[in-house]
Design a binder for this molecule. Structure first.
Ligand code: SF4
Length: 279
């Protein structure tokens, strides 16, 4: 039997990763359905592994079925890189998602999970880690350990740099910047002064949005949250508007649900968000 213990911090990692078996119960996650068949059981066991506070319990017999390969799990493939979800969420970033982009010119990690030797071995097998992008000050987790293990270069915006003072590369100002072929850093200040998105590709792009934007599956809307804005919400709305011209296919946030947009849906969704927050 899977169960949630009292350590749960309601971070959302489990129900975003495996909504078939876990759900938001308000103050804590709940097991909404016990996994039965092996693929479902292995998905739930990965959610258990991703939980930042070991709040998901399963029987010893069930735990034996944990998949050998585990995280990172594939998400999507773009011509500029193959995207994976890293799991192994960190309590220090309240369970924020970390993503890996596998690229011929060096792999890129977007925000950072807790340190995990099994994950590091898997990333090594996928080609190692050349670059770490820290989208903002909240989700840096064990960045120093990951950077040291792989000799990776870290990017952070100067306005959030005190969260990772050892970072090798700083973005400054408001202009976007290519940091690799088809890989663009876009300053999106608001949630924090140094928030950034990372755009993979220009057409049908993958947008790693940190805590600037996320998808709400229940309401089917893109969320820019004033409640969780730590710096300047007016500025955050300007930063949302600046993303309207993009051609986004995948939204991969730090918190909240990911989402896939059909052609043209990105602009409609952002306009709806802007109308809602301004109304
Ligand atoms: S991942 Fe763990 S801490 Fe987060 S909501 Fe699920 S059970 Fe709770």
């Amino acid at each position: 039997m899977f169960r949630i213990n009292s350590r749960c911090i309601s971070c959302g990692t489990c129900w975003q990763f495996d909504p078939e078996h876990f759900a938001n119960g308000g103050a804590a996650a709940v097991v909404c359905q016990q996994p039965r068949e092996l693929p479902a059981l292995q998905r739930a066991l990965l959610a258990l592994q991703a939980c930042p506070v070991a709040a998901i319990e399963a029987s010893a017999e069930q735990r034996l079925q944990r998949p050998d390969d585990g995280f990172p799990v594939p998400v999507t493939r773009h011509r500029h890189g193959e995207v994976f979800y890293c799991g192994w969420a960190s309590k220090r970033s309240f369970g924020a998602c970390s993503w890996l982009i596998r690229r011929p010119d060096g792999n890129v990690m977007v925000d950072v999970p807790r340190w995990s030797a099994p994950l590091a071995r898997r990333i090594e097998a996928l080609g190692g880690l050349a670059t770490i992008v820290l989208t903002h000050r909240d989700d840096v987790a064990d960045h120093a350990r990951w950077a040291r293990a792989f000799g990776a270069e870290r990017w952070i915006h100067g306005a959030d740099a005190e969260a990772a003072p050892e970072a090798e590369r700083h973005m400054e100002g408001a202009a976007s910047r290519l940091i690799g072929d088809g890989l663009r850093l876009i300053p999106t200040p608001g949630h924090t002064a140094g928030s950034m998105c990372l755009q993979l590709g220009e057409q049908r792009a993958v947008l790693f949005s940190g805590d600037h934007l996320w998808w709400n599956r229940e309401l089917q809307v893109v969320v820019a949250s004033e409640r969780y804005c730590w710096w300047d919400f007016e500025r955050q709305i300007q930063s949302v508007r600046a993303l309207l011209p993009l051609d986004v296919a995948w939204l991969l946030p730090g918190h909240g649900h990911r989402h896939v947009f059909a052609v043209g849906e990105w602009q409609m969704a952002l306009e709806q968000t802007l109308a809602w927050v301004q109304g």
